[in-house]
Design a protein around this ligand. Structure first.
Ligand code: ADP
Length: 395
């Protein structure tokens, strides 16, 4: 079965075409700077033949045009690999959240309406997703469209860990609860551990990137996560605050800050950027800290402290730990963050192999053989996670 996976960013589109079962990637494509006239970049690859195409300074004014670029390449006489686009049987989308639909769902009008209803929960994501889904549904009639919601993997977190201490009616009537995100990534890590080490294990997956979250996994199932109901929660992110005392909002209003200033601080100029004053990109923050910038070091320390805080709590939830996994942009690349986190976990029997940690390039075991917890760096593959869930879905 040919499955197309689509990952929509605020100004980008990524595609991968899979042959399932077998996890084989046939083709991938990427559009950067969607919405720009004469400055977009389009890339296409046919992995079967090695055909590569990179077009710069393109006019790709909207998602429709970006999608067209990729679909046309798939059936083009030169470099294409499908005789007709109808060979695609299913399209799987990475989707964030939809009212009443938190798992893997066919993208019907009702599910799309749920995404509209909960735009306030994912204001940066849902509008772009709705637009690309609607456009592709129009362009590929007869194909099954599935939304693999980022909340899906966290379905089985026990209720007592999902509930906030709010009036119970808020949960019943409005669905107020911790939903959790980064499901495609954490579930990929859970699958990987299961395949490699067997289904029975206790793990903590640290997805550290532009957005970051920690997930406790028991025997392949998510049992706790650092994200709350919205994406403005949990660890500090590149430029968002993460966990926040809600009354600070009201307090800042009485201090004379406008709503816009407060919103911007929470979602655009907070997080690593706000604390360091340098950047939301950890590479620059690390560079500045190494040169003696104390605020940059402080930002790293706050970030690490949040990670350790959740790992400690989840360690107790799980009743011990077999695997600690670092993944995503920071987790896969920052030996500094991995070292600082692991140094704080000595009480849990974590012993890092400093050399392996420093030389690790994206994948490897970085703990000493004597460590009670195996520490692993595993590159995440969200698209593959989505392709698998899309393939497994039974109508
Ligand atoms: P997103 O969450 O936006 O998908 P990624 O998972 O790709 O992002 O993570 C991006 C982040 O990874 C960058 O902002 C940067 O902070 C971090 N990163 C990438 N490479 C390195 C590196 N070598 N050292 C430290 N941080 C890195």
């Amino acid at each position: 079965m040919k499955i197309l996976v689509c990952n929509t960013g605020s100004t980008s589109l990524k595609f991968k075409l899979y042959e399932m079962p077998g996890d084989t990637v046939l083709s991938q494509g990427k559009v950067e700077r969607v919405g720009s006239k004469a400055d977009a970049i389009f890339q296409y690859q046919n992995l079967k033949t090695g055909f590569n195409l990179k077009l710069e300074q393109q006019d790709i004014p909207d998602y429709r045009s970006g999608i067209n670029h990729y679909l046309n390449c798939l059936t083009a006489p030169e470099g294409g690999l499908l005789s007709s686009i109808e060979e695609v049987e299913r399209v799987g989308f990475k989707t964030t959240v939809s009212k009443g639909h938190l798992g893997v769902h066919e993208l019907t009008d009702e599910v799309l309406q749920g995404m509209r209803d909960w735009i306030t929960i994912a204001p940066l994501h849902n509008p772009a997703y709705i637009q690309t889904i609607e456009t592709m549904r129009e362009m590929l009639p007869g194909v099954i469209f599935l939304g693999v919601f980022e909340t899906a993997f966290h379905h089985d977190i026990p209720l007592h860990r999902r509930l906030y201490g709010v009036p119970y009616e808020w949960y019943e009537n409005h669905g107020v609860q911790r939903l959790g995100y980064h499901g495609a990534s954490h579930s990929y890590i859970a699958d990987w551990l299961g395949r490699e080490y067997g289904r029975e294990y206790r793990a903590i997956s640290c997805h550290l990137g532009g957005s970051s979250s920690i997930c406790a996994i028991e025997n392949g199932v998510s049992v706790d996560t650092s994200f709350g109901m919205t994406l403005e929660s949990g660890l500090i992110h590149a430029n968002r605050v993460g966990d926040m005392d809600p009354d600070i909002y009201r307090f800042l209003e009485t201090e004379g800050l406008s709503q816009q200033e407060i919103d911007d601080g929470m979602t655009k100029t907070g997080g690593l950027l706000g604390l360091s004053g340098v950047s939301g990109d950890l590479r620059y923050v690390e560079e500045a800290a190494a040169q003696g910038n104390t605020r940059a070091q402080l930002a790293i320390d706050v970030f690490v402290s949040g990670i350790v805080h959740y790992i400690g709590a989840f360690y107790m939830d799980l009743g011990g730990l077999d695997y600690l996994v670092f993944t995503a942009g920071i987790g896969e690349n920052s030996d500094v963050v991995r070292r600082l986190v692991c140094e704080k976990l000595a009480a849990a029997g974590v012993v890092l192999d400093q050399e392996k940690n420093q030389s690790c390039k994206g994948f490897g075991e970085i703990s000493e053989p004597s460590s009670q917890v195996k520490v692993l760096v595993i590159p995440t593959d969200e698209e593959l996670g989505i392709a698998r869930r899309t393939f497994e879905f039974e109508r």
